[in-house]
Write a protein that binds this ligand. Structure first.
Ligand code: PLP
Length: 264
């Protein structure tokens, strides 16, 4: 007897991000995360980085038109509701992405990527205010780490209390929810939801292992869980666990920081 294919729809998600030739961060991390979490991943590449475990050596930004064409190709054919953004590189790309997000009514999880942990700028200096003013107000969620939260607010974010103040300030820019990740603080992530003005803490533990690609993996996992129907708190809890496991399963690669391992 031949089995009828199941009619359960797999969520389709989109990552708008840079590529990492070392396979650790950016779209490589995002697509591996999507695959591991059972959603279909599509991608729009913003920039090609020549990168390995020791850092970013060169970046080659694509034109805003190239980025928009990729988003158009996906969104005019496939049913995409949830998307995430990572490395956006330039003001022009940020503006183009904002246009596409509105046009296709995408629910965007914005990872405000500014620099690689091992070194290398991933967003031009002048693009940060464009990102804050012209893209963030159209996003559902943003997932800054402590230093990104600091850059977005002009504050120094060194304690969980600083994270609270920064989260509110970032929400004032118009995004619905902010998750300040705690990897550089006390391992506790802090969710702030603007409509209810509530804070929720998501505790975690510091785990040992490679951390290259952690931020990308986290925001991709939040996106995958939201696309699968979880509420924000549950998506954040599950994403945090997923990243902790990916760090624990990392294997040595190269001379620098080993990439997290999403697939086991
Ligand atoms: N490279 C690209 C293309 C990225 O998008 C990112 C993060 O978003 C990174 C590198 C940074 O990775 P990490 O700081 O985790 O090493």
């Amino acid at each position: 007897m031949t089995e009828k294919p199941l009619k359960v729809k797999t969520p389709i998600v989109l990552t708008i991000a840079g590529s990492d030739s070392g396979g650790g961060a950016g779209i490589a991390a995002d697509l591996k995360t999507f695959a591991a979490l059972g959603v279909h991943g599509t991608c729009a590449i913003t920039s090609v980085t020549a990168q390995n475990t020791t850092g970013v050596l060169k970046t080659f930004d694509l034109t805003p038109e190239t980025v928009a064409s990729q988003i158009e190709a996906v969104c005019t054919d496939m049913e995409v509701r949830w998307a995430k953004s990572g490395m956006l590189a330039s003001s022009e790309i940020v503006r183009e992405v904002a246009k596409e997000v509105r046009k296709h009514e995408l629910s965007l999880v914005l990872d405000p990527v500014i620099a690689a942990e091992a070194g290398g700028n991933l967003l031009r200096k002048e693009a940060l205010s464009i990102l804050a003013e012209e893209l963030l107000p159209f996003c559902k969620v943003t997932t800054p780490n402590a230093s990104e939260a600091g850059a977005l607010t002009g504050m120094t974010v060194k304690t969980p209390e600083d994270a609270k103040v920064a989260a509110r300030k970032i929400a004032d820019l118009g995004v619905e929810a902010v998750i300040v990740t705690g990897g550089h603080l006390d391992a506790t992530d802090l969710i702030y939801e603007a409509d209810s003005e509530t804070f929720t803490r998501v505790p975690g533990t510091f785990v040992k292992g490679g951390t290259h690609g952690t931020g990308c993996t986290y925001s991709a996992a939040v996106t995958a869980f939201l696309a699968s129907g979880e509420d924000l708190e549950e998506a954040a809890r599950k994403a945090k666990k997923f990243v902790e496991q990916a760090i624990l399963r990392s294997r040595p690669a190269g001379r620098g920081v080993s990439p997290v391992n999403q697939l086991g």
